[in-house]
Design a protein around this ligand. Structure first.
Ligand SMILES: NC(=O)c1ccc[n+]([C@@H]2O[C@H](COP(=O)([O-])OP(=O)(O)OC[C@H]3O[C@@H](n4cnc5c(N)ncnc54)[C@H](O)[C@@H]3O)[C@@H](O)[C@H]2O)c1
Length: 378
C-alpha cells in the first residue's frame, strides 16, 4: 500500500471521476417552489421549514425591521454545491455577515481556482480511492491534486499579501477574496470568498486552525518566519460590535458546530462580559440534523438559548428549527426568500464598517464599566 501521498488519478483505469462536475446552484426565486412551501409543506419538518421561510422572508427581511442577519455554515456545504445559494443571498443583501467552518471556505477555493469536484457514489471502496489518489466527502469525489494545488495557491497568496501581523479572520478572508478576484477575474460568480469581498460581507471562522487554510497559515509561520496570526479576540469583538449595532438581530444556522455558538455568544459577550444588555437575538432559524437529546450546543433549541440570554424570551414564536438535511432544505429556503417581495435589500457593507463598529462597542463598554463602578461604590 502507498503511504499517505496521493496516488495518480490520471493513470487509473477505474472511472471514479466520470461523474458530472458539481456546480454552484444559483436560486432564482421560483414561484412554484414558493407555492410548494406555502401550500404543500404543512406538517412535521416540512411545516417547520415552511415556518422558517415565512419568518425569514416576511419578518427578518422586512425593511421596517432592518434586521442584521448572520448566516452560519457547518457541514460540507460548499463541496455539495451550496455556495451558489450563499452568493445569491450576499449579492441581494439578504445576509450581512457569515460565520463558517474553515472547511467550507477552503473547499470554496477549489471552485474559485477552477478545480473540479464531481458527483459520485458513496458506495465505493475507499481503498481503491486511496490508491488512485481520490478524496471522498460522502458522494463528492475529487483528485488529491485539487488539495495540493489549492494549498499551493494559499501559500503563494500568503507570501504575496505580505500580511505579517495579527488580524481578524474577516480581514484575512477579505484579502483572500480580493486576491482571488485579481488573479481569477470573474470568479466572484462561483466563489463565496471572492463574492463576499465584493459584496462587503465579512466572513468569520470560529476555529481558524481547523482547516487546510489554517494548516497553510501555520506552515507560513514555521517555514517563512511570518508573524501573521489569526487573532480570535478581534473576531469575537467584531461579531459583538456588529450585533450591538443591529436594530434587530437574526440568524440562519446551517448545521451546528462551532459557527452556531460563535454567532450566538455575541449576546452573552455583551451582557455578561461588557455589561451591555442588548436583549437577545430577535430571530433564530436553524436547519440541522443535530438532535437536542445529546445535550450538545449543535442541537440546542432556541428556548434553551433563552436561558443564556442568547435569544430574547419574548420572540420564541419567531424561532424555529427544521430537522432536515441542509443540502435539501437550504436551496428551497433560498428560492423562497429570493422570490419574496423583500427578495433584495440594500447591502450593509459591514466589511468596511468594522473599525467604526468596534469603536462604538468600546465606547458603550466603557460607559457600562463606569456605571458598574458607580454602582459598586454606592
Ligand atoms: N480540508 C479541510 O480544510 C477540512 C477540514 C475539516 C473538514 N473538512 C471536510 O469538510 C466537511 C465539512 O466539515 P465542517 O467542519 O464544515 O462541518 P462538519 O461536517 O463537522 O459538520 C458540523 C455540523 O453540521 C451538521 N451537519 C453536517 N451535515 C449536515 C447536513 N447535510 N444537514 C444539516 N446539518 C448538517 C452536523 O451535524 C454538525 O453539527 C467534512 O465532511 C470534511 O470532509 C475539510
Amino acid at each position: 500500500m502507498p503511504h499517505r501521498a496521493p496516488g495518480s488519478p490520471g493513470t487509473s483505469r477505474r472511472q471514479f471521476l466520470s461523474g458530472k462536475p458539481i456546480r454552484y446552484y444559483r436560486p432564482r426565486g421560483s414561484g412554484e417552489i414558493r407555492h410548494l412551501i406555502d401550500e404543500g409543506f404543512q406538517a412535521f419538518n416540512a411545516g417547520r421549514l415552511s415556518e422558517a421561510c415565512g419568518i425569514f422572508a416576511d419578518k427578518m427581511l422586512a425593511p421596517e425591521n432592518d434586521t442584521t442577519i448572520g448566516l452560519t455554515v457547518a457541514g460540507a456545504m460548499t463541496p455539495a454545491g451550496l455556495g451558489g445559494c450563499v452568493i445569491e443571498l450576499m449579492d441581494r443583501g439578504l445576509v450581512d455577515f457569515i460565520i463558517s467552518t474553515g472547511a467550507n471556505l477552503y473547499h470554496d477555493l477549489h471552485y474559485a481556482l477552477n478545480f473540479t469536484l464531481r458527483r459520485g457514489s458513496p458506495f465505493v471502496d475507499d481503498r481503491d480511492l486511496y490508491e488512485d489518489g481520490i478524496i471522498r466527502i460522502y458522494d463528492v469525489l475529487f483528485p488529491a491534486t485539487v488539495l495540493l494545488e489549492t494549498d499551493a495557491y494559499i501559500r503563494e497568496f500568503l507570501v504575496r499579501s505580505k500580511l505579517n501581523e495579527a488580524i481578524s479572520t474577516s480581514e484575512f478572508h477579505y484579502r483572500l477574496g480580493r486576491d482571488l478576484i485579481e488573479r481569477q477575474p470573474g470568479c466572484e460568480e462561483y466563489s463565496v470568498v471572492a463574492r463576499a469581498a465584493l459584496a462587503g460581507v465579512p466572513i468569520y471562522t470560529s476555529s481558524p486552525g481547523d482547516s487546510s487554510i489554517g494548516m497553510n497559515v501555520a506552515y507560513h509561520e514555521l517555514m517563512n518566519g511570518s508573524r501573521l496570526m489569526i487573532d480570535s479576540n478581534k473576531d469575537v469583538n467584531e461579531v459583538c460590535a456588529i450585533v450591538l449595532a443591529g436594530k434587530q438581530n437574526g440568524c440562519v444556522i446551517l448545521g451546528g458546530g462551532s459557527p452556531k455558538n460563535f454567532y450566538l455568544q455575541a449576546q452573552p459577550t455583551l451582557w455578561e462580559v461588557y455589561g451591555i444588555p442588548k436583549g437577545g437575538n430577535d430571530y433564530f432559524i436553524q436547519i440541522t440534523t443535530d438532535q437536542v437529546v445529546w445535550g450538545g450546543l449543535s442541537g440546542a433549541t432556541p428556548s434553551e438559548a433563552v436561558s443564556w440570554g442568547k435569544v430574547n424570551p419574548g420572540v420564541l414564536p419567531d424561532t424555529v428549527v427544521a430537522y432536515c438535511d441542509s443540502t435539501i432544505a437550504f436551496p428551497l429556503f433560498c428560492e423562497y426568500a429570493i422570490g419574496s417581495k423583500h427578495g433584495r435589500r440594500a447591502r450593509k457593507d459591514l466589511v468596511h464598517k468594522r473599525k467604526d463598529l468596534v469603536a462604538a462597542l468600546v465606547r458603550e463598554a466603557k460607559a457600562a464599566d463606569e456605571k458598574r463602578k458607580v454602582k459598586a461604590e454606592v
